[in-house]
Design a protein around this ligand. Structure first.
Ligand code: ADP
Length: 609
């Protein structure tokens, strides 16, 4: 129930929708009921025309009775055609009147539908926006636990189901009951007696349908989960399409996809079967009960208790009664599905960021001393990765991390922008725990150039800016020059306006890397983190990138992770990380002087090179 109300809140402000919707539906109901009521005079005019003609020369006194409407019709005809009108004129007048009523009824239905659509789209937008905001604010760790595809499917597909909660609620509260009331009003006005009989039938229909749709909720959840897995696989295989093809693994991936798709389809088939069953079932029950009414009402006619025209109208109206009743049952089913999806969506929305600002957190304003790791230990879930790491990076110096792969270098680097928080110990900036600063103010002072450069499908200029709207285009160009990227950018078709393609596919590895360096230059950070920035490059691009990195590093405080040890020999301090601990540290010369890991690594690389 809680989920349901929380979902409803996304449709706010309701005043904008509910009131006009309600008015339109009310008018639609009135005209729709009138439309059926028109059957009585029309049938009468056809079979017993004379009883309809009655000279009326003055407007009749208002009363809610057939006589009043008959009088009004006759008076109208008298005004238009004079005293000499006949029964054919009556029929014509009734036809025109019916057309007008039907038109009005449908105009209001259309307007109501439009309002509901607006509400639906507005809600969807609100939920998606909120969800995206929340998700991107979550800590990096969340994304290694949750599958990306699942997140994507929640934002795209689940949200589509959640909207049913709102539209169906509107139908249940503002639409169908009034149609029911309208129809029942008509039914009762024709025969109270017969209507009592009818009332006994409807709950039976409602119960049957309720049973059918009840089980939908659990299947809906399963369906959405299966869909999420499918999107995950899509994301993974399309993201790594070269690997998939290179390893001739298309068959493997396709089989996996077929299996997931098959499972999803089975669930959807089951849901569809149940949903589709509801409609013919209620139709059948409706008509079956109509037959009872036919017998019962037929007897009343034979006994002279009911007029034939009235009975035909009654049957017409009754055949309509089951529709709103059915719609209500359907709406309950939809709301159930919506709640199931809503639980998934809200679950994600409620995930608390573990890396977030404390209440008393303050801005990191200047940066004057340096960064210190003080007794830091860290674990991914229960896998310990860092143990008792302590070192400092004084302002303006470069510290390099080297060591065997898997030792924990990237994890150390990730602690500085607070992608994760240490389990034990602290990372301090200017002597203050990072956790006492506002995260944004910390990250604002940092530039990160990683091995995997992330470019967005956008222009080169926007990729360098990366949200930095204040920089002028001249500054963007200057940053590109510092990063050795200017020349190749100008050589592309549209220069800075060239689109880089999906994930920067249209650029070479070295070019992508230089763009991300330009990005860091433009940001002009105090603190720089370079994670294996050149390890994926060939010698020529590496030279260009090295040059631009050199320009970037000048005068900044930096942590550099490097595989190629030749690139960090001039670092102020080199720290060798092995299996989560600091194994050695010192300058290049100091470390070469001892028989240690560093020296071994250097010798190995010299052999390989
Ligand atoms: P390095 O950068 O020295 O190669 P990393 O810091 O990347 O080392 O990784 C250190 C260890 O942590 C490795 O054993 C790796 O398997 C593990 N690891 C890295 N990232 C994650 C993660 N998101 N979840 C769980 N384990 C991880």
């Amino acid at each position: 129930m809680n989920t349901y109300f929380r979902i409803l809140r996304f449709g706010r402000p309701y005043g904008r929708y509910a009131v006009p919707y309600f008015v339109c539906i009310l008018l639609h109901t009135v005209f729709n009921t009138l439309m059926f009521a028109m059957l009585i005079p029309i049938i009468q005019a056809m079979f017993d025309a004379d009883s309809m003609v009655k000279a009326v020369t003055a407007p009749p006194a208002f009363a809610l009775s057939t006589d009043y409407f008959k009088g009004l019709l006759n008076y109208g005809l008298y005004r238009v055609a004079g005293a000499g009108y006949n029964t054919k004129d009556i029929l014509l007048a009734l036809a025109v009147l019916t057309v007008v009523i039907v038109l009005l009824s449908n105009v209001f239905r259309y307007l109501a539908q439009r309002i509901l659509e607006n509400l639906r789209i507005h809600t969807l937008q609100e939920i998606r926006d909120t969800l995206f905001d929340r998700v991107v604010r979550l800590q990096v760790g969340y994304f290694s636990n949750e599958r990306k595809g699942d997140i994507i499917s929640k934002i795209t597909s689940d949200v589509q189901v959640v909207q049913f909660c709102i539209t169906s609620t509107f139908q249940i509260f503002f639409k169908e009951p009034f149609l029911l009331i309208g129809y029942f009003g008509l039914l009762i006005s024709i025969s109270f007696h017969l209507t009592l009989f009818t009332l006994a039938v409807l709950p039976v229909i409602a119960l049957v349908i309720g049973y059918i749709v009840k089980k939908l909720r659990r299947s809906a959840t399963e369906g959405q989960e299966a869909f999420g897995e499918m999107v995950s696989l899509l994301d993974e295989s399309l993201g790594a399409i070269k690997t998939v093809k290179g390893y001739n693994a298309t068959g493997y991936i396709a089989r996996k996809f077929r299996w997931l798709d098959g499972r999803y389809s089975d669930i959807m088939r089951y849901i569809a079967r149940r949903q589709q069953l509801a409609s013919p079932m209620s139709e059948f029950l409706g008509v079956a009960s109509l037959s009872f009414i036919l017998v019962y009402g037929g007897n009343m006619i034979m006994n002279g208790e009911l007029a034939a025209a009235a009975f035909i109208t009654y049957l017409g109206a009754f055949s309509q009664v089951t529709r709103p009743a059915r719609a209500i049952a359907d709406a309950f089913g939809n709301i159930n599905q919506g709640i199931a999806a809503g639980e998934r969506v809200l679950g994600m929305m409620d995930t608390e960021a573990t890396v977030c600002d404390r209440e008393e957190a303050r801005e990191l304003v200047g940066f004057s001393e340096g960064i210190e790791f003080r007794g830091v230990s860290f674990a991914y879930e229960d896998k310990e990765v860092l143990r008792d790491i302590s070192f400092t990076i004084p302002k303006g110096q470069t510290v390099a991390l080297v060591g065997p792969s898997g030792g924990g270098k990237s994890t150390i680097a990730d602690l500085i922008p607070r992608f994760y928080d240490p389990a034990v110990g602290a990372v301090l900036v200017d002597g203050v725990d990072l956790r006492d600063y506002r995260v944004e103010s910390v990250r604002r002072r940092m530039g990160i150039v990683a091995q995997e450069t992330v470019l967005f499908n956008d222009t080169i200029e926007e990729n360098i800016r990366m949200g930095n709207d204040r920089a002028t285009i001249e500054e963007v160009m200057a940053a590109a020059r510092v990063a050795n990227a200017y020349d190749f950018i100008m050589a592309t078709e549209h220069g800075f306006q060239t689109n880089v393609g999906d994930r920067g596919m249209k650029l070479s590895g070295g070019q992508r890397q230089r763009l991300s360096i330009a990005r860091a230059v433009l940001r002009n950070p105090d603190i720089l983190i370079l994670d294996e920035a050149t390890s994926a490059l060939d010698t020529e691009s590496e030279r260009l990138v090295q040059e631009s990195l050199g320009a970037l590093l000048r005068g900044r405080t930096s942590l550099v992770i490097a595989h190629r040890l030749s690139t960090i020999q001039h670092a102020d301090r080199i720290i060798v990380i092995e299996a989560g601990r600091i194994a050695e540290q010192g300058t290049h010369a100091e470390l070469m002087a001892v028989e240690g890991i560093y020296r071994k690594l250097i010798e190995m690389q010299q052999l390989a090179g």
